[in-house]
Design a protein around this ligand. Structure first.
Ligand code: NAP
Length: 466
């Protein structure tokens, strides 16, 4: 059989698996299957690529070395705890983008004579794709590394600003795009090419340092989108269809996710894309007026046992405590008593999109018991007890009530409108945004201190004894 047909056939199968995988990932029930389909697609794409003539007739040694090094890095980082998944994802973006960027630079070095004389296969379109690949790839590498460092708390999570920053950003951006254009006109000039790459590396850093940790989800999905578009450009350069398809799918799904995240955090996508990125508009760090009322486990158990409707609102603290099974256990105990139990999911609760859905699915909470923020908020005034399990920012009423708050306008789960609220947390720790939460000082709220997992387990036992 003609080798080209075989390769393109394998690539077609891989592309179909990628699309099925993405479709599967759009629903918690089918997400696991979607993940397996996407992984099989990636396996097929790798096998197909190994049949390409330039690889078949080349030296496999470098590929084996690459596989060994990649596996040596990939296997340990795939075992990080769920709570470290965002920084792990940021690292993956950095590696993917680094590969795209290095391939682009290598292509330029190897094919410089053909590129310079614009020989067939190295015309303006191909050169443009090559420059775009290197530019997007390079800024994604450094941007993702900064995002990973901020999420891992190796760097300050709050926005890093300095005098003249906007002017420096503008100079970098203009030089980067200017070098791109000049190189397209004079492809023989490697100065333009490497100036563009250097500026892109620096611009990636400058793009992410002024962004506060609370905006990081949008940044991550945007960087994901850039990495995908850079891979698609690599596909044009290498005449590799599966790279074009996979890169485009990645680029646009990342972009759609960015838009959805922006909506969930009340940030406009144009603001994210064209400046003001991460600018902190509000300065009020939150009011602590009122008194925090500590409640005892037995009081809460009685309150829950005699409630008719309870809403459990999980957040990042549930993830760190690995308290999802204990939350389900408490839910079961309450349901056995005929109490209605719903789980309210905020789109940016935890540290990555879908974080709470994944944890609750792992604990076998039925999908029908999960309620989106828009579904649960209208019901809040009729809820007897809202149990906040390690959530903070996503239930902060300042986002709704205080226009001076840095998170003003971010939609929240309005637990403060329930008849009563119990907040499970270890102490007086702040949320991801570093702001005070006036919810904790409201008369409707009782604070139940302790690790979420042990508190929930003890609550389930105490409710059974009531
Ligand atoms: P959060 O605002 O980070 O608050 C988590 C709370 O959990 C803390 O106040 C902490 O208080 C408590 N906690 C920590 N460990 C605990 C434990 N073992 N047991 C009980 N409580 C514990 O969480 P969130 O309300 O879920 O909000 C998510 C935040 O992350 C948002 O600001 C969002 O923008 C941001 N973010 C989201 C994503 C995403 O895609 N989902 C990605 C990056 C950032 P104590 O220390 O007092 O216990």
């Amino acid at each position: 059989m003609n080798l080209t047909y075989l390769i393109e056939g394998i690539y077609l199968v891989a592309s179909i698996l990628f699309i099925l995988g993405l479709k599967g990932l759009s629903h918690p029930d089918t997400a696991r299957r979607g993940m397996i389909q996407a992984a099989c697609g990636m396996g097929a794409a790798i096998v197909g690529t190994l049949f390409r003539p330039e690889i078949l007739h080349g030296n496999y040694l470098w590929i084996v070395i690459g596989l060994v090094v990649g596996s040596a890095i990939g296997i340990p980082i795939s075992r990080v705890p769920m709570t470290a998944m965002p920084q792990r994802t940021a690292l993956s973006h950095a590696f993917g983008a680094l590969a795209a960027s290095l391939v682009g630079i290598a292509e330029y070095i190897i094919h410089r004579p053909e590129i310079t004389s614009r020989q067939p296969g190295h015309g303006n379109v191909e050169n443009g794709a090559l420059a775009l690949e290197v530019m997007l790839g390079s800024l994604t590498v450094t941007g993702s590394l900064i995002a990973a460092a901020k999420l891992q708390e190796l760097m300050r999570g709050t926005p890093i600003m300095f005098k003249g920053q906007q002017a420096l950003n503008l100079v970098l951006f203009v030089t980067m795009v200017g070098s791109f254009v000049l190189w397209m006109i004079h492809p023989a000039s490697s100065v333009y090419f490497y100036t563009m790459a250097g500026c892109a590396f620096a611009f990636g850093v400058m793009l992410v340092i002024p962004i506060g940790a609370a905006d990081m989800p949008v940044v991550m999905s945007l960087l994901n989108s850039y990495a995908g578009l850079s891979s698609a450009a690599t596909g044009f350069v290498l005449h590799n269809n599966v790279l074009i398809i996979a890169g485009t799918l990645d680029g646009f799904s990342g972009f759609i996710l960015s838009i959805l995240m922006c909506r969930a955090m009340n940030r406009s996508i144009t603001n994210v894309l064209f400046g003001g990125f991460g600018a902190v508009t509000g300065t009020d760090t939150g009011s602590t007026e009122g008194t925090m009322r500590e409640v005892t486990l037995d009081d809460v158990a009685v309150q829950l046992a005699y409630a008719s409707s309870v809403v459990i609102v999980p957040g990042y603290g549930m993830a760190t405590a690995q308290a999802q099974h204990a939350a389900r256990e408490l839910g079961n105990v309450l349901e056995e008593r005929g109490i209605s139990v719903k789980y309210a999911i905020h789109p940016v609760a935890g540290r990555m999109p879908g974080h709470m859905n994944v944890l609750l699915a792992e604990a076998n909470v039925p999908y029908s018991s999960l309620y989106e923020m828009e579904q649960i908020n209208p019901e809040m005034p009729t809820v007897d007890v809202a149990v906040v399990v390690g959530a903070n920012d996503v239930v902060n009423p300042d986002a709704r009530d205080n226009p001076k708050s840095p998170i003003a306008g971010m939609p929240i789960i309005e637990v403060d409108r329930a008849k009563s609220v119990v907040v499970l947390k270890r102490g007086k720790g702040k949320g991801f945004s570093g702001l005070e939460n006036p919810l904790f000082f409201k008369p409707v709220t009782g604070m139940l201190y302790g690790d979420a997992k042990s508190t929930l387990t003890a609550l389930a036992q105490a409710v059974q004894k009531v």
